[in-house]
Design a protein around this ligand. Structure first.
Ligand code: SF4
Ligand code: SF4
Length: 300
């Protein structure tokens, strides 16, 4: 069995306790407008083109079966229309400048477990472990559960960051091997949730209730997006969902633009390109609101 993995990040400290390895799964059923990892949304591996590395030498152009690389006045023009379905992506092998690469690659359970276990001493000394994120880990449920089992067999603390869009049976199967769920809530109003993520909110809320009822260890993660999720009505609705599920811990993730270049580099459009990052002062106001309700709230 293999899983498509976008990235493995070592020595992370914000996604669960202690020092952690983050494993980003490729593919997500949601399309959040503010996504800072847009290259994690599609399920297959994707071409990434980094313009500032490109020498405009056109060495790659003759190898593209679709004529997707051309030049105009010495400036490279690249169309991504055929890249997603182009199986072999020969342009990558013919670029000496490292301007083109593949986002996402297949790993076996054994191979990925070896990568995670390489940091086992750091986990033991810091109370850390592995966090499966994405994308949406449950969108590759069989691979996720196999990884959870294999990490648990080595005594590694396991966390899953999930958007909550998961099959009930998959949640049930994952639970015995999952020490912590980092459960994302974004918008509670059904119409707003559908507008900004492309999916209904109710199945997500139902899954949160299910995990709570079954006694899972849950921390809520909430992206603070100016004017979209950071409205008083949404903050109140998030708090109400937490209170009805008797959840105490929420982590706020202020909107930033660090991932914005990745939209263009993968031929994707960014509907929030003009949106400014969330100011620390406004994030602090949100933190005070949740803390004032007796919730354990931190900003990362
Ligand atoms: S990925 Fe395929 S279609 Fe896209 S530029 Fe490279 S060779 Fe052409
Ligand atoms: S081979 Fe690399 S450096 Fe040359 S034009 Fe193609 S992407 Fe740019």
């Amino acid at each position: 069995m293999t899983g498509n993995i976008l990235n493995i990040q070592h020595y992370a400290v914000h996604d669960g306790p202690g020092i952690r390895t983050l494993v980003f799964f490729k593919g997500c059923p949601l399309r959040c407008a503010w996504c800072c990892n847009p290259e994690s949304q599609q399920f297959r591996s994707q071409l990434r083109y980094i313009p500032y590395r490109c020498k405009a030498c056109l060495e790659c152009a003759p190898f593209c079966p679709y004529g997707s690389v051309t030049s105009e006045n010495g400036i490279i023009k690249r169309s991504f229309t055929h890249c997603y379905s182009c199986e072999t992506k020969p342009c990558i092998d013919h670029c000496m400048a490292d301007a083109v690469s593949l986002s996402g690659r297949e790993y076996t359970v054994e191979e990925l477990t070896r990568k995670v276990a390489a940091d086992i001493d750091f986990y033991r000394n810091s109370g850390g472990g592995v966090t499966f994120s994405g994308g949406e880990p449950f969108a590759q449920a069989e691979f996720l559960i196999a990884m959870l089992q294999s990490c648990k067999a080595l005594g590694i603390h396991t966390a899953i960051e999930t958007c909550g869009w998961a099959g009930r049976n998959d949640l049930r199967r994952a639970m015995p091997f999952t020490d912590l769920f980092l459960f994302d809530l974004k918008l509670i109003d059904p119409e707003e949730h559908y507008e900004y993520t492309g999916k209904p909110v109710q199945p997500i809320l139902d899954n949160l209730e299910f995990l709570t009822r079954e006694g899972a260890n849950i921390v809520i993660r909430f992206p603070l997006v100016p004017g979209i999720t950071n409205t008083q009505s949404n903050l109140s609705a998030i708090a109400a969902v937490m209170q009805s599920n008797k959840l105490k811990h929420i982590v706020l993730e202020p909107y930033h633009t660090l991932g914005s270049d990745k939209y263009g580099e993968h031929g994707l459009s960014n509907s929030l390109a003009a949106l400014e990052p969330m100011s620390p002062a406004v994030a602090e106001e949100a933190r005070l609101f949740f803390a004032g309700l007796g919730l354990d709230c931190e900003v990362i």
